[in-house]
Design a protein around this ligand. Sequence first.
Ligand code: SAM
Length: 397
Amino acid sequence: MERRNPKVAIQRGYAVLTADQARQIALEWLKAGRLENAIALGLPEVDDRYHVWRVPLLGGVSGERIGEVVIDAYTSLVVENRSTRFDVLEARLLGRPPEGTPISRRSDRYLLSSLRNIVALGDCEEILMELPAQSVDLVFTSPPYYNARPEYSEFLSYEDYLDKMRRVIRQVHRVLNEGRFFVINVSPVLIRRPNRQGQSRRLAVPFDLHRIFVEEGYDFVDDIIWVKPEGAGWALGRGRRFAADRTPLQYKPVTVTEYVLVYRRRTDKLIDWNIRTYPDQEAVRQSKIIGDYDRTNVWYIQPAYHPVHPAVFPLELAEKVIRYYSFKGDVVLDPFAGVGTTGKAAWKLERRFVLIEKEPAYVDVIREEILEWMGRAALEVLYFNCDPPQVRQGLLF
Ligand SMILES: C[S@@+](CC[C@H](N)C(=O)[O-])C[C@H]1O[C@@H](n2cnc3c(N)ncnc32)[C@H](O)[C@@H]1O
């Protein structure tokens, strides 16, 4: 293809005369696809054989060329059918292989993920399908609470809830790298009595999920008990009856713990293999946990509160899990991200993150708060199905 000095634009009488003008048009086009913060523009070139400007689009971790915008030099309009489509750009940013490429990445080497930081709005079961196989190095999450009351629950029944969890756990298995960990914070759920004659029930959600994990190809590794300071569960009312009349059989302890269950994606390789074959041995050294650490499976941590979200986990909990189960630079996924606590901890500890949340109100919180915890870098995050954060004057820098 013949490419000429931009002076040719003047000789030909084009409407688009300079590289800056071409860039501006390309930027507006990217904005229409909400990709302006995820993609950088390369040097525009005029191609006077076809009377167009070509603007390279750069993205991904290494800023490689992932497409181009073609602009009609006479009309200054983007030639849509000759420019790289938005969905193709998004797929390339996510590192998804082109259609037809075999998914399997089984090898004797551990493969470093090329995923960038992502905040995605939507159902994680669907969004996970967009991620490449084995592109995540750690999962830390707390699943939605099952509520038996139809007016609060999106699930028809507890079985329906477990089915959904199974489908998500299965999808996560596909994206999780070989031999790496899925850590889940989960607790039994109290189903209040329907009326004065009825009984309250507790659903043993962690034990039901355990079976699903094992069936879906994970090995059980540890059950860590997160202990909250005493008094934490008293408000639920459980235990008050016994406290008053002390009759045996009525005994019900106040719950001050939650489970942090640790699973490993099943493999015949030892954890030592994960460490030895990790391609970035400097990251392994840099990630060593120096000084004090939790020597037992009982972790004492204050619960957290958030003004918008009713069930966030503490940043300290996410930090411990990420420190113990990942290396610097790893990708940490939270498929039920809430207000993004996992992402905040991952960023603080120099890991990458993939946050998926289906409630727009919580994604809005992430988009608002991300500027506080990431600063300028928040503009380079890939926002999938949602707008990038709004930068207000004076807030960022
Ligand atoms: C227990 S909260 C997680 C809170 C989070 N750990 C934090 O600190 O903010 C579970 C979250 O999962 C979200 N959720 C439920 N079903 C989902 C789905 N199918 N896909 C993505 N998110 C979902 C809920 O909206 C809720 O915010």
